[in-house]
Design a protein around this ligand. Structure first.
Ligand code: DX5
Ligand code: ZN
Length: 223
């Protein structure tokens, strides 16, 4: 069964804790937190205080996606703020292997991420150390974009590489995912779907999370 990680980027920030509660009650598996610094990506979102203030409000794991330059400078602080999974981009991290080690040394799960134009093979040197790999299905930086269909080939290739090497990391897809394409993303090999606009744009969070799960189980076509 595919897992769902709603991205808070699309929620009502004036009601953060309530928004988290709606997706927890609706059956979400994680909370996806998009940290943007205005340098690695053009947009700025939020940082440590948001994580630490929400940490006591939910028991869901925090799936923290760092879209920042030199994420290695902040690993311990994100761990202390409550991150359970810490994802770094290969494009912005100078020393990916050491950073994954540092994440593990903090007792957290470690993941790497690539943007749509970065070959998925750029992650292959690190797969032995990864608990998860995040494949961007849109360009990192903004919610509400359209999924780039060609990125599904990267998910498929990554899944084959995982099988070939007998590894067990999870594959997460992020960006532009909704009930009309969730089946295709899951069929390509994603274990976790991030969804921001699709989840927080829907009045009934349980219904949309269930719809994403059942679309993933049933339908591999893009609508
Ligand atoms: C984009 C972020 C995504 C985004 C997903 O840079 O990494 O997590 O918020 O939002 P939607 O589902 O609206 O594309
Ligand atoms: Zn994200």
């Amino acid at each position: 069964m595919v897992r769902i990680s709603p991205s808070l980027l699309a929620c009502d920030f004036s009601r953060l804790a309530e928004e988290v509660h709606t997706v927890e009650a609706g059956g979400a598996d994680y909370i996806h937190l998009d940290v943007m610094d205005g340098v690695f990506v053009p947009n700025i979102s939020f940082g440590f205080p948001i994580l630490s203030s929400l940490r006591g409000k939910t028991s869901l794991p925090f799936d923290v996606h760092l879209m920042i330059t030199e994420p290695e400078r902040y690993i311990e602080r994100f761990a202390e703020a409550g991150a359970d999974i810490i994802t770094v981009h290969t494009e912005s991290c100078h020393c990916v292997a050491q950073t994954l080690d540092r994440i593990h040394a903090c007792g957290r799960k470690a993941a790497v991420c690539v943007n749509p134009n970065t070959p998925i093979s750029d992650t292959y040197a690190f797969l032995d150390e990864c608990d998860m790999v995040l494949v961007m299905t849109v360009e990192a930086g903004y919610g509400g974009q359209k999924l780039i269909v060609q990125t599904l080939e990267k998910i498929d290739a990554l899944k084959k590489e995982r099988t070939r090497r007998g590894l067990h990391f999870l594959i997460e897809a992020d960006g532009g995912i909704h009930r009309g394409n969730a089946g295709a993303v899951a069929a390509a090999g994603a274990d976790i779907l991030v969804a921001g606009s699709a989840v927080f744009g829907a009045p009934d969070r349980r219904a949309v999370i269930e719809a994403l799960r059942s679309a993933s189980a049933e339908d591999g076509s893009i609508q």
